[in-house]
Ligand binder design. Structure first.
Ligand SMILES: [Zn+2]
Length: 185
């Protein structure tokens, strides 16, 4: 499978630019929140659109597909991660062994990474110990993604429809199998 480094590339202008870290944190997060709200307005996302609406809007803004793949990630504390391939676009793997509301939040966290372009391809990671785990808030990139996920979560009507838009795709099944063999979740 041919993976690119889209997330770290110069080609990508993030949908949401992260404010500089020199700014006091409270102000910085206010700016980040405003930028997210501005983007959602620009993309005409309504609160009732739910997670599916956000995914569709972000995917069409990037002209890429975003596929959600719930699966039982056996590895400890692994709740979600994202991979990118030229043929499939972004694939968000989400822990299926949790509530629909939690899965929706995990997906929003991954979508936040995609918006902020803080997505790290699995191939670039020295070991999966640091991979894109939703429960890890130890780095500024993780905290930003989590903040954006929560900001979007408060704007969306998540309770009314927490179901994730998924559809079976044999190519994604194969990618999942490859990753499972390599990462061993
Ligand atoms: Zn993350």
């Amino acid at each position: 499978m041919n993976r690119t480094t889209r997330g770290n590339d110069a080609l990508a202008t993030p949908l949401v630019a992260t404010p500089p870290h020199q700014i006091p944190e409270v102000v910085r997060y206010q700016m980040l929140r405003r930028r997210v709200i501005r983007l959602l307005r620009l993309l005409s996302v309504e609160p009732s659109d739910g997670v599916g609406g956000i995914i569709d809007a972000v995917a069409s803004a990037l002209d890429l597909s975003i596929i959600i793949y719930p699966t039982n990630l056996m590895a400890d504390a692994m709740l979600g991660f994202t991979d990118y391939t030229d043929t499939l676009g972004y694939v968000i793997f989400v822990q299926s062994a949790t509530t629909p509301e939690h899965q929706a939040h995990i997906v929003l966290h991954e979508v936040a990474h995609i918006m902020l372009e803080t997505f790290e391809p699995l191939d670039d990671l020295p070991a999966l110990g640091n991979a894109h785990r939703t429960a890890d808030y130890s780095t500024p990139g993780e905290r930003d993604a989590e903040f954006v996920a929560r900001a979007i979560g408060t704007l969306l009507d998540l309770d009314s429809d927490a179901r994730l838009p998924t559809q079976p795709d044999p190519r994604v099944e194969r990618l999942a199998q490859t990753l499972q063999d390599r990462i061993g979740w």
